[in-house]
Design a protein around this ligand. Structure first.
Ligand code: BES
Ligand code: ZN
Length: 369
């Protein structure tokens, strides 16, 4: 009788072990944040999250709604497959990329920057965080209209409790295997309602990938791999937008061959292109290092950024090969970020144009991965 009763009980225990339950907040509205990979997580209020972490510059990731992401990354078939892909030893499509690079310019990035930084802030929980992201969506949609094959959609984060939406623009390839080029669209200041132009962090990355997208859309570039351009909401809130998107891609088993994230491209006292080497694919990062001197006029340097630094970490957690390109060493990057001083006047559009050239070169090369 005792043994008979034990068997179904053991089966139940087994189910409970193989299906981990969603974390339950100790009280309504708390967020689960992690300060390192091994951290179990701490429940905090939205106000604590802002005060303790954003204004005190402690790196963190908000895993409340995407607690399965790292698990997907370790187990999903498509990401394991993607992880094993090797990358070419150097660029091989210059003759196709160079004419596209030649039509990239600074005037559109400058004019988009003037509008995008004129919103009071682009904080993911503020009204101008929503209206600025909607303006960006409409702008991308108009640019994408140059090629009827292109789709531009908003990605809602209402399930995570905020209204700012990410944007996904897709240039379909002959293969559903996909290469992602991303940048975060939100900004943050010293208070949740204060001025945060975010000209460098990360209007610069936003307009960098938008100019590359404009050039490819106008040329009706037809890739082999599908190309997706992502503008992520809520990065400053702990990588929220990118974690949600890569969580959905990993859970759907999508084959993502490579991800290039750019965060801060407009301030470079050493006049370099920086490739950061932590929370990325070393193989993909090595490939990027080979294309920088071919597609730009700047030398490449490397540095590290730390846990939860930007959206490449979300792709990496999902098990996808990720890379991260930015303006300079961590110490020499813009000192004005996360404040009212991150203004257009601090930006070097010649430097942004070098990032645009790299982005177009990468898009063409990666379309054949
Ligand atoms: N753009 C920064 C990260 C960054 C800083 C890149 C310096 C290159 C040079 C990003 O938006 C940011 O602020 N990240 C936070 C972590 C985030 C989870 C709040 C950080 O690194 O402090
Ligand atoms: Zn940033």
């Amino acid at each position: 009788m005792l043994v008979k009763g034990l068997l179904p009980l053991l089966a139940l225990v087994k189910i409970a072990v193989s299906l981990p339950a969603a974390p339950v907040p100790p009280s309504e509205g708390l967020r689960l944040v992690k300060f390192s990979e091994d951290d179990e997580g701490t429940w905090v209020t939205e106000d604590q999250k802002f005060d303790l972490f954003i204004s005190k510059k402690i790196n963190f990731v908000d895993v409340t709604d995407t607690w399965q992401l790292e698990e997907f990354g370790a187990t999903t078939g498509s990401s394991l497959e993607a992880r094993q892909i090797s990358f070419p030893s150097g660029p091989t499509h210059q003759s196709q990329a160079n004419p596209l690079i030649a039509v990239a310019g600074k005037s559109n990035p400058q004019s988009w920057t003037n509008t995008f930084t004129s919103y009071n802030n682009r904080y993911y929980r503020s009204t101008t965080g929503v209206t600025s992201a909607t303006w960006l969506y409409n702008t991308i949609k108009n640019i994408g209209a140059a090629n009827s094959a292109i789709t531009v959609t908003q990605y809602s984060h209402s399930a995570s409790g905020f209204s700012q939406q990410s944007v996904i623009a897709k240039i379909p390839g002959t293969s559903s295997a996909t290469v992602v080029i991303g940048a975060h669209l939100d900004s943050v200041g010293t208070t949740t309602s204060g001025r945060a132009p975010g000209a460098d962090d990360n209007n610069s990355g936003t307009v960098t990938i938008l100019e590359a997208f404009r050039v490819l859309a106008n040329a009706k570039f037809a890739p082999t791999n599908t190309l997706e351009f992502h503008w992520y909401a809520g990065e400053e809130g702990g990588l929220l937008g990118s974690r949600a998107i890569f969580n959905s891609y990993a859970s759907a088993g999508r084959n993502i061959k490579a991800v290039l994230v750019q965060d801060m491209t407009g301030y470079s006292p050493n006049n370099v292109i920086a490739v950061y080497t932590d929370y990325v694919s070393t193989a993909l990062t090595n490939f990027i290092k080979t294309i920088v001197p071919v597609y730009t006029s700047l030398p490449v340097i490397t540095d590290v950024c730390g846990y939860g630094c930007s959206d490449h970490a979300s792709a990496n957690s999902a098990g996808y090969p990720a890379s991260f390109v930015t303006e300079d060493t961590f110490d020499d990057s813009s000192p004005y970020i996360h404040s009212a001083s991150d203004t257009v006047s601090t930006l070097d559009f010649d430097h942004i144009l070098e990032h645009i050239k790299l982005t177009i070169g990468f898009a063409v090369e990666a379309s054949y991965f």
